[in-house]
Write a protein that binds this ligand. Structure first.
Ligand code: AMP
Length: 371
């Protein structure tokens, strides 16, 4: 029960309206720790409920404080995330949790005109959700005042480092007050993440939760051995024979995603591509078309798809295997949620055999070949 945390009634009401009955394991551990003011080091992937794990106590604390005078309104909490999509998703969740409170959140990311963000910053907010690059631009342009930040959240810290954001993150951190609470969430723990955690966190509580559904449990994995040149034809056949079922298809490159989407369209399959070179508008549209069932297939690169929450998506296709074995888990982490069995199909060419072996080593078992 969420009642045990002594969260503000307005938050409990929003949690109830969101349909959450009981806290997930990460919420169980993180909410009291965050409320107590401790730093946190959490190993958790998307799907574990991590957004509420930091969002609820953060809002509670913001609400419990005396408001700053209107002319001195400055953000008190900062959530850094790797991608625009994740930023939008986290902001939507936080806004939902805070719907019965007066706290104002502000979303900041690149790829769109900075003007509306600058205007919103001038109007003031309590909480910022941002990707590091654009926030740093605003900081350097003196458009944002981070001197009142009391809590910093690094969400999907591993992915932010993968995307080369470490320098921007360090510059942003340098602009924060030294006395503050720090929460670091990461799915994986490389040396670089550990180093960041060591330099950032003070006596953190470590939490390690298994993904709500581990890919090895709920998802049916299959491999097709196929030459690169024949992959698209095989994919069209697989999608066509399963008409109507929605699939998220991964390619390694943006160019590959575009090309594949065009060819699938030519085969009569309604689809869209989502990747870093698409405008924000196009990406948002593709995602909502997919969620609303207007398109059957969403072709995505790893970074574009990271953290996107597509509930109850039973079918993921790896048109190409990822370079990093962990990305395989991230890709299929979105299937088999909420107890529904998912399916992950990988089309593997001869050149990709080594990558397949690395993935199998990580999963701890071979992936069966499709009959
Ligand atoms: P997250 O890991 O924060 O991206 O959350 C993954 C999904 O789980 C989202 O769709 C949330 O709305 C949902 N969720 C989070 N916490 C709970 C909960 N306690 N009960 C049910 N669903 C939840």
């Amino acid at each position: 029960m969420f009642k045990q945390f002594n969260l503000h009634d307005a938050l409990l009401r929003a949690v109830h309206e969101a349909g959450y009955d009981s806290p997930t394991p990460i919420q169980q551990q993180a909410i009291p720790a965050v409320l107590s003011g401790r730093d946190l080091l959490a190993a958790a992937q998307t799907g574990t409920g991590k957004t509420a794990a930091f969002g609820l106590p953060l809002l509670h604390k913001l609400h419990a404080q005396l408001p700053l005078p209107q002319d001195a309104r400055a953000p008190r909490a900062l959530i850094l995330v790797p991608t625009r999509e994740l930023a939008a998703q986290v902001e939507e969740s936080v806004r939902g949790f805070g719907r019965h409170l007066a706290q104002k959140s502000l979303l900041i990311f690149g790829g769109v005109s900075p003007k509306p963000q600058l205007e919103a910053l001038r109007r003031g907010c309590d909480l910022i959700i941002a990707t590091p690059g654009r926030l740093l631009d605003h900081l350097q342009g003196r458009a944002v005042d981070l001197s009142r930040i009391e809590t910093l959240v690094l969400d999907e810290a591993d992915r932010m480092l993968d995307m080369g954001f470490i320098r921007a993150i360090r510059k942003i951190i340098a602009a924060l007050p030294s006395r503050r609470q720090n929460l670091l969430f990461s799915a994986t723990f490389s040396g670089e993440i550990r180093e960041l955690a060591r330099s950032l966190l003070r006596d953190p509580l470590s939490i390690d939760v298994a993904p709500r559904n581990t890919p090895t449990e709920l998802v049916d994995h299959r491999v097709y051995h196929v030459e690169s040149a024949d992959k698209q034809q095989l994919l069209s056949r697989l999608l066509g024979s399963d008409s109507g079922r929605q699939s998220l298809v991964f390619t390694r490159t943006k160019h590959g995603a575009n090309r594949l989407a065009q060819r699938l369209e030519r085969d009569g399959i309604r689809c869209a591509a989502i990747h870093g070179n698409k405008s924000q508008g196009a990406r948002t549209r593709a995602l909502s078309d997919f969620k609303d069932g207007r398109i059957q297939v969403l072709v995505a690169t790893d970074i574009a798809a990271r953290g996107i929450d597509i509930i109850e998506l039973p079918h993921v296709v790896n048109f190409e295997l990822p370079h990093v074995p962990e990305d395989y888990v991230h890709r299929i982490g979105r299937t088999g949620r909420a107890g529904c069995a998912g399916e992950a199909v990988s089309l593997v060419s001869r050149e990709e055999r080594d990558r397949l072996r690395a993935i199998e080593r990580m999963l701890g078992r071979p992936i069966p070949v499709a009959a």
